[in-house]
Write a protein that binds this ligand. Structure first.
Ligand SMILES: Nc1ncnc2c1ncn2[C@@H]1O[C@H](COP(=O)(O)OP(=O)(O)O)[C@@H](O)[C@H]1O
Ligand SMILES: [Mg+2]
Length: 286
């Protein structure tokens, strides 16, 4: 949809929370993103899939206000935007959870939950951190997301990677984010912990947030995703809504799709040597 259409129709559907339209980004001569489009709606999960170097983190950094795009259109709630820094993104309701979470491992969970936004009580020389409020709120908010921590006083470093991701998600929801951006939240996790994290990603969606989920795992994406954008070497090679792609097809495309089919044909043509112990083509031992 072009901006012109949006203005002339009496369509009452709200503009997407975030929309990238034909966005490109260069690092010097390297084209990290080339003509990429992405829509993020409230109450939906948009997945961005791609291998290493595909441009996933670059895409996130534009949405998070760390980098600016060089071409194309970036709009927040229908308004064309150029974010100048991460604080700017946060003020516009965009919260980003990076893979290497910015937490202070030795500080309690509640302290990390409020890091940088600590509530105080009292005034003047009597002003101090409202520790009780932070403890109680952290416990309540985590419980509301279905996370039952025995003790919010334990250092966040003692939590598992999955639990820490969940705390970061609960934090974004509590501080009123409209858009939650997650950079490979399940990459370092096993199956069970990945499942737990995906459950909280779904909980954030159910709370009405628009979620951008970056992953290279089509299974994780398909468990929760509403739409899927596939990146390869900075370019988009697929953009699908859930209705028009199956898990099998998504997996096939992520595995290399047609490239893999070509490779299979080539391998089928080459006869497999019968003497696998040999180093030479005719199978003779040295
Ligand atoms: N700051 C940078 N300077 C130069 N090149 C970069 C920088 N960041 C990323 N790149 C390059 O841009 C491309 C996309 O990288 P990135 O967005 O990190 O991909 P992904 O997150 O999908 O692995 C890669 O070729 C990478 O080497
Ligand atoms: Mg990356």
């Amino acid at each position: 949809m072009t901006t012109g259409e949006q203005m002339t129709t009496k369509d009452t559907t709200p503009a997407p929370l975030v929309e990238l339209d034909g966005v490109s980004k260069f690092y010097g001569n390297i084209r990290a993103l080339d003509d990429v489009s992405l829509v993020v709606n409230a109450g939906q999960i948009s997945c961005v899939l791609g291998d290493n170097g595909a441009g996933k983190s670059t895409l996130i950094k534009i949405i998070a206000g760390l980098h600016q795009h060089d071409a194309g259109r970036f709009a927040i709630e229908g308004e064309e935007t150029r974010l100048s820094n991460p604080r700017d993104a946060l003020n516009r309701g965009i919260a980003t959870v990076y893979q290497d979470l910015a937490v202070v491992p030795l500080m309690p969970v509640w302290r990390n939950f409020f890091l940088g936004s600590e509530p105080t009580k009292g005034t003047g020389p009597f002003k101090r951190l409202d520790v009780e409020l932070m403890r109680r709120t952290t416990h309540e908010e985590l419980a509301r997301m279905g996370i039952d921590l025995r003790d919010v006083d334990q250092p966040i470093g003692t939590l598992s990677g999955g639990e820490r991701q969940c705390v970061a998600i609960a934090r974004a929801v509590y501080f009123g984010a409209k858009v939650l951006v997650l950079d490979e939240p399940t990459a370092a996790l096993g199956v069970k912990q990945s499942g737990v994290v995906l459950k909280y990603v779904a909980a954030a969606r159910d709370a009405g947030l628009g979620v951008v989920l970056i992953t290279h795992n089509p299974h994780h994406a398909y468990l929760v995703g509403d739409r899927f954008v596939l990146l390869k070497r900075g370019a988009m090679f697929g953009s699908h809504s859930r209705d028009d792609i199956t898990l099998d097809e998504l997996t096939r495309q992520m595995a290399g799709g047609s490239e893999l089919d070509d490779l299979r044909h080539e391998l089928e043509r080459a006869p497999v040597p019968t003497h696998l112990g040999g180093h030479t083509a005719d199978g003779a031992e040295k």
